[in-house]
Design a protein around this ligand. Structure first.
Ligand SMILES: *Cc1c(COP(=O)(O)O)cnc(C)c1O
Length: 338
């Protein structure tokens, strides 16, 4: 499958590491757990949005944009990485922030909010939960255009067909890594949020005939809502690529529940997962996405969903700055929901 006809900026040198986790595997009594370190992608500190932005920023530049507008929740990793990409490209950057938990946006908070200011964000608008974010960004773009500027709007999470190509590229990178190592992976586990990562992998695996089942762990929705979203994203990516195939619904599978009580709100299983990986492998997960996804993997292992000799690959999608927003909860010094 040829991605070269899509303009792309590069923000990472080479492939991200693919590592075996011997201590973590031992602590859980198997299966053999591997991790792909997309937390080590480029852009201060990077994460899965870095891959999507390689295609989205190339498109913004091709259209002559001078400003990018995007949206997210308070402490959005996607917003931080978009800002970093904009800084690198010499563009201005503006956010619309949806307060999904009322009163949760604090300008002086640490983590990503601190980085927004440190990297010189031009403007930020906070809107209440349930706001039509596409419309809010379109009206921001309209007022910039009226002032003679050239805005480019990036959807939440960078999850449109073009952004999803980032994870088609990741699928190809992974295929090459597995080939070089002679490694057979039996299952891939990944966070499933705005759907570009999960959907991009589904499209990339189908297009490249990579026969590894993908298990998404929902970070904000149960499967009845999440799976159709991912299926639509995967289909949109296949269509953009001109693959001429219909994504079979059974190619998309996710688990719910681990995200509760609410998106971004900590729970006890997440705290255990973050602590366990930090204390066995010195790898840092985040509380909103990868901590909850790893809690899902740990729980599935304990329920016997994997054979002990399976090779399971966890895709680490980043999110490091959010660790610092919940330090006391992650140390077990502040209560979290069960
Ligand atoms: C955005 C994000 C995700 C979710 O990825 P989607 O493509 O939105 O589904 C997972 N992990 C981290 C750290 C993120 O920032």
């Amino acid at each position: 499958m040829d991605l070269t006809r899509f303009p792309r900026r590069r923000y990472t040198e080479g492939p991200t590491p693919l590592e075996f986790l011997p201590n973590f595997t031992r602590a859980l009594g198997g299966p053999r757990i591997w991790i792909k370190r997309d937390d080590m992608l480029g852009l201060t500190p990077g994460g899965n949005k870095t891959r999507k932005l390689e295609f989205l920023m190339a498109d913004a530049l091709a259209q002559g944009a001078d400003t990018v507008i995007t949206c997210g929740a308070p402490q959005s990793n996607h917003c931080r990485i978009t800002l970093a990409a904009a800084v690198r490209e010499g563009l201005k950057c503006r956010f619309v922030i949806e307060e999904r938990v009322p009163g949760s946006y604090r300008v002086d908070a640490s983590g990503n909010n601190f980085l927004f200011r440190l990297m010189g964000l031009e403007a930020l608008t906070v809107v209440p939960a349930g706001t039509n974010m596409a419309a809010a960004m379109a009206s921001e773009a309209e007022s910039l255009r009226a002032a003679g500027r050239r805005p480019y709007v990036i959807p939440g999470g960078g999850s449109n067909a073009l952004g999803g190509l980032g994870y088609v590229a990741c699928a190809q990178e992974l295929q090459q890594q597995l080939f070089e190592r002679g490694l057979r992976i039996d299952r891939l586990v990944v966070c499933s949020g705005s759907s570009g990562t999960h959907g991009g992998l589904v499209a990339g695996f189908l297009g490249n005939r990579i026969d590894i089942p993908i298990l998404g762990i929902g970070v904000s929705r149960d499967p009845a809502d999440q799976d159709p979203l991912v299926l639509r994203e995967a289909q949109a990516i296949c269509d953009l690529l001109g693959l001429g195939l219909t994504v079979p619904p059974e190619a998309v599978r996710s688990l719910g529940d681990y995200w509760r009580p609410k998106y971004s709100v900590p729970n006890a299983r997440m705290v255990e997962a973050v602590q366990l990986l930090a204390r066995t492998e010195a790898i840092l997960l985040d509380p909103v996405y990868t901590g909850k996804a790893m809690a899902g993997l740990i729980d599935q292992i304990r329920r016997g969903a994997f054979r002990p000799d399976e090779n399971v690959l966890f895709l680490h999608t980043g999110g490091l700055p959010a660790l610092h927003v919940l330090e006391r909860e992650l140390l077990g010094e502040s209560p979290v929901s069960p």
